[in-house]
Design a protein around this ligand. Sequence first.
Ligand SMILES: [Zn+2]
Length: 104
Amino acid sequence: MKKLLALTALPLLLLSLTSCEVHWFNQSYDVPWYVVALITACIIIPTILLTGHYLSQKTYRCSSCGMTFHPKWHCVIVSIHLGAKRVLRCPHCKHKGFCNPTDE
Ligand SMILES: [Zn+2]
């Protein structure tokens, strides 16, 4: 469900962008919406992928069973977090709750 929400929210966000007018050396240009959307996508998509890769490399400890695990990048991107703690599902005991990152 979260993947579906994320996959539909990004295109809707990109399509909701409107065209703009750019003034460059006393000339005005109309920039169409798809150029703005393309530039925005070129910034947002690599940022999401790099952040997900970085966060998935961290080791998290389950608050229920104490086992450590590496979450998948798409799970950690959409997870609720409070500081460094993230709400993740433990792959060992299937408990879903706040997990602390470890220093391993
Ligand atoms: Zn667990």
